[in-house]
Design a protein around this ligand. Structure first.
Ligand SMILES: Nc1ncnc2c1ncn2[C@@H]1O[C@H](COP(=O)(O)OP(=O)(O)OP(=O)(O)O)[C@@H](O)[C@H]1O
Ligand SMILES: [Mg+2]
Length: 425
């Protein structure tokens, strides 16, 4: 949808003069004290696919607003290229557009929700919402229909005829959001759209935005200060520091593998329970933690030093065929059915004879819930049902306290064919 290549923005009298200094590796602070120029964004490159939510986060002043404003050239990049994939016209070079093309692009293709939103005080809420459609030249009835639908989506259906001055700050921000959505642009640039909302409404709006995105198939660039928010709504997250993008990854990659101290500091505060998945923390069957026995073409894995000792028997296709414990007979049940109350076994007490299974995409929160029903390790499978390994108490604790997956070393030592495993392991 959008491709950004080596975009740099320098503020000051002679931005071009600063580019060689950046190439020499001078820092933002050095350049500022030596030349008086401010480096807003340095050499940013990334790609956002259609239908993705791409979150950008970083401390105040790290260049988030500057970067997002370069995309529609509200801020003129000093160097670098920006390409936009138009659904009809194919790939367009935004950096080469003239004023008229740019106006059309902003009107129809890229809509922006500003960090400091401004509503027209003399227009009603509805009229503010449909402003973008009005300049697109849509007729009145059509634009009011769309406007009312968007206001309904952000919970302001009753306020269409009110004036901005009658609304609270958070409500005004929601009007800004509805206005951004109403233009029907495929790409939405959102600069901290929820920052003025209180936590409860904010969570509601996050849910709402996810629904809107799925329903309307928008592509969204979303700036936020809040890593939990970025992880909840972003498929990908870019972390910025002093004008530079220092890490791009899925929420889980960032959480499990923060590349620098700066990223680690954000991650420390984050809630891992909705992000870290079973595939990342499972102890692989093929690893050194298990003893492998092959019998008539079937594989058995025996957990060493585990209590109770459990033998995991896999059939030729790698599916869990039986689990055997010397101490007691065990039943196997999918974690999903236990959580949804469809289980065959009564789970009124925490059982030590039920072994739960889940897929490698199952998030930590569900694994923890599962452990309130069963004291035994949870068997992790890939999407095809092939058993990959287990998650026991230690992995759950490690994931919560240290946001840690199985290390690369551990995984490499054990896994021959990392089928379906998360690449972050
Ligand atoms: N118009 C401008 N003129 C000069 N410097 C600017 C201008 N706009 C931004 N900057 C500088 O560029 C850097 C990045 O600013 P930017 O507004 O992009 O940060 P941000 O990450 O959006 O911060 P916040 O989270 O506070 O909104 C800062 O050092 C800022 O001082
Ligand atoms: Mg900003």
């Amino acid at each position: 949808m959008i491709r950004v290549e080596n975009v740099t923005k320098v503020f000051g009298a002679n931005p071009q003069s600063v580019l060689p200094l950046l190439e020499q590796g001078k820092t933002k602070t050095e350049i500022q004290s030596e030349t008086g120029h401010v480096v807003g964004v340095k050499d940013a490159s990334f790609k956002v696919e259609a239908g993705q939510v791409f979150a950008i986060m970083g401390l105040s002043g790290s260049g988030k607003s500057t970067l997002i404003r370069c995309l529609n050239r509200l801020v003129e990049p000093t160097s670098g290229k920006i390409f936009f994939e138009d659904p009809e016209k194919g790939e367009l070079d935004v950096t080469a557009m003239n004023v008229e093309d740019l106006r059309m692009l902003r009107r129809h293709q890229m809509s922006m929700v500003f960090q400091h939103f401004a509503l027209f005080p003399h227009r009603t809420v509805l009229s503010n919402t449909v402003y973008g459609l009005e300049i697109q030249g849509r007729d009145k009835q059509e634009r009011e229909e769309i406007g009312l639908k968007m206001l309904g989506m952000v919970g302001l259906g009753e306020w269409a005829e009110a004036y901005p001055s009658e609304l609270s700050g958070g409500m005004q921000q929601r009007v800004g959001l509805a206005r951004g959505l109403a233009t029907e642009a495929k790409l939405l640039l959102m600069d901290e759209p929820f920052s003025a909302l209180d936590p409860l409404i904010r969570v509601q709006m996050q849910d709402e935005l996810k629904k809107i995105q799925a329903e309307l198939e928008r592509t969204i660039l979303f700036i936020t200060h809040d890593l939990d928010e970025a992880m909840f709504i972003g498929n990908k997250i870019a972390i910025m520091e002093a004008g530079e993008i220092i890490q791009i990854g899925t929420p889980e990659e960032i959480l499990v593998n923060p590349r620098t101290e700066y990223v680690a500091r954000f991650v420390e505060q984050a809630d891992p329970t909705g992000v870290i998945t079973a595939g990342t923390i499972a102890i692989p069957f093929r690893g050194t933690a298990f003893e492998q026995v092959r019998e008539a073409g079937e594989l058995k894995y025996l957990a060493r030093q585990a209590y109770p000792e459990i033998e995991y028997g896999l059939d030729r296709d790698g599916r869990l065929r039986e689990v055997v414990s010397a101490e007691r007979s065990l039943t196997v049940e999918p974690l999903e059915s236990v959580l949804e109350g469809r289980s065959h076994t009564s789970h009124e007490r925490r059982r030590d004879d039920t072994l739960l299974t889940c897929t490698n995409r199952t998030v930590l929160r569900k694994l923890l819930q599962g452990r309130t029903y069963s004291t035994l390790p949870i068997v992790v499978t890939d999407e095809d049902g092939c058993a990959e390994g287990i998650v026991d108490e230690m992995e759950l604790i490690g994931a919560i306290l240290e946001k840690r997956g199985v290390s690369e070393e551990e995984a490499e030592a054990g896994i021959e064919a990392p089928r379906g495993r998360s690449s972050t392991a």
